[in-house]
Write a protein that binds this ligand. Structure first.
Ligand SMILES: Nc1ncnc2c1ncn2[C@@H]1O[C@H](COP(=O)(O)OP(=O)(O)OP(=O)(O)O)[C@@H](O)[C@H]1O
Ligand SMILES: O=C(O)[C@@H](O)C(=O)CO
Length: 420
């Protein structure tokens, strides 16, 4: 296995697995640290999905090291630590502490950190992260409930999280291509830095960074910086034919479960309803009062006779979410919604639903957990960062796990056209 990857959330793992598969590596994604019984021998890359983005830093380090150990035991030659393209973290971590621990694990003294993902509007210039052209600290991420990002300068952000010295490989070096980037790595290393933030504005920057970084024992970043790695590992540098836009999926009915309240998901829900997708809205207050149960939602689902998908959503506006959180508590409201969506998901295969689209990282984690999925194969890209996947064992399901902020407005409608 060329590359063993540790992702700090589930939809982020799928995003990375898509990038590696699309660029030509045979990639498997596992949910949690893989069981020793799982045969990973045919994979060029394995992506372990953790749920470590916002847990205490020490726990994130422990889980990441457990994943690293298992990937190493399965033959991984290089490690990749995947975090969010908006660098979701706090001054306590978890990007810095996990990167530092993985540097020690790989016995190395140098790595890069690059969250850029231009296809989804994330670029890094002079160490500053932009989201759709707006500095991170002025984007909606400034108000993220768990990881508010109030500083766009990633050198400063990362330096607050780690004892490693953080440097910068800026645009001018990156524009110079792989050799110039390698020289810049040497310069930063000689200056005493162990981690460098690397600028990237375009996919060609990312491909050059990938070629320059491929032989490092540890690489860290968003999925974008993985774009150039497969070509380097294949050694042929030829571009790979894009996987066909059609995916073999088990026959069966289609359902969408949306627990994300991001602006992208809100728009996707709106468009699906406008276009006539039967939709059931879950109001957390009804769950709290006992007025609504998963059984009632399942009865509604069972009664829908359309040939197309059905939508169950708790998606709400920021004001509605704030109101509910004020009444029920933030964690309690979230867990209540996740629990009911998970209960619904668990019952869906028996009702003939084998094709599921899930919106939201936490929601996807709850749903995949309820379905008992432990590994996925990666299919074609629906939109940047979101592939179709298929379960590797257990109940045969096609799953699309969408990060909250990803996907075009008609995502919930067009995704199904790729299934055969
Ligand atoms: N109407 C609601 N009121 C309060 N909380 C809600 C509501 N609907 C969903 N939630 C909770 O909000 C959280 C949404 O997180 P989730 O990770 O699924 O989406 P996201 O943050 O948009 O996606 P990502 O993590 O991929 O960016 C979940 O815990 C979910 O249960
Ligand atoms: O990098 C991203 O933006 C996504 O893969 C993600 O991690 C969202 O949670």
């Amino acid at each position: 296995m060329k590359l063993g990857c540790i992702a700090d959330d589930l939809t982020g793992a799928t995003d990375l697995a898509l990038m590696l598969a699309r660029e030509g590596l045979k990639t498997v994604q596992t949910i949690g640290v893989p069981d020793a019984s799982l045969d990973l021998s045919g994979a060029d890359a394995v992506v372990v999905a953790l749920k470590s983005r916002t847990i205490p830093a020490q726990e994130a380090v422990e889980q990441s090291l457990a994943a690293a150990n298992s990937l190493r035991a399965a033959g991984a030659q290089h490690l990749f630590f995947k975090y969010c393209s908006t660098f979701d973290s706090t001054d306590e971590g978890n990007i810095g502490p996990v990167a530092e621990a993985l540097l020690s694990f790989t016995n190395s003294d140098f790595t890069l950190a690059c969250p850029a993902f231009p296809a989804n509007g994330r670029t890094v210039y002079k160490g500053h992260l932009f989201v759709n052209g707006v500095p991170l600290s002025e984007s909606s991420m400034k108000d993220h409930p768990l990881t508010p990002m109030r500083d766009s300068n990633l050198v400063r952000v990362l330096q607050r999280q780690t004892g490693c010295s953080v440097g910068l490989v800026a645009f001018e070096d990156v524009e110079g291509g792989p050799d110039a980037i390698r020289k810049a790595f040497d310069r930063e290393k000689a200056a005493g830095h162990q981690i460098v933030i690397v600028d990237a504005i375009t996919d060609s920057h990312l491909r050059a960074i990938g070629l320059a970084a491929a032989e490092l024992p540890l690489i860290t970043g968003g999925s974008g910086v993985a774009m150039g790695l497969p070509a380097a590992y294949r050694g042929d540098h030829a571009s790979v034919a894009s996987p066909s836009g059609v995916f073999d999926a088990p026959a069966g009915r289609e359902a969408i479960l949306a627990g994300s309240c991001s602006s992208a998901t809100r728009r996707q829900v709106e468009i699906a309803i406008e276009r006539g997708v039967p939709a059931f809205r879950i109001d957390p207050m009804d769950l709290a009062s006992g007025k609504l149960t998963s059984q009632a939602v399942l009865a509604w689902i069972g009664a829908q006779e359309t040939g197309g998908p059905v939508l169950v959503y708790s998606t709400a506006t920021p004001d509605e979410v704030q109101d509910v959180q004020g009444k029920l508590g933030r964690m309690n409201a979230g867990e209540m919604v996740e629990r009911v969506l998970a209960e619904i998901a668990r019952a869906l295969p028996a009702l003939g639903f084998t094709r599921l689209l899930v919106a939201g990282g936490e929601t996807s984690g709850a749903v995949v957990g309820a379905l008992g999925v432990d590994a996925l194969t990666i299919g074609p890209e629906i939109d940047p960062g979101v592939p179709w996947t298929r379960t590797l064992a257990g109940t045969d399901l096609a799953l699309a796990l969408k990060s909250g902020n990803f996907g075009a407005p008609d995502f919930f409608l067009k995704a199904w056209n790729m299934l055969r």
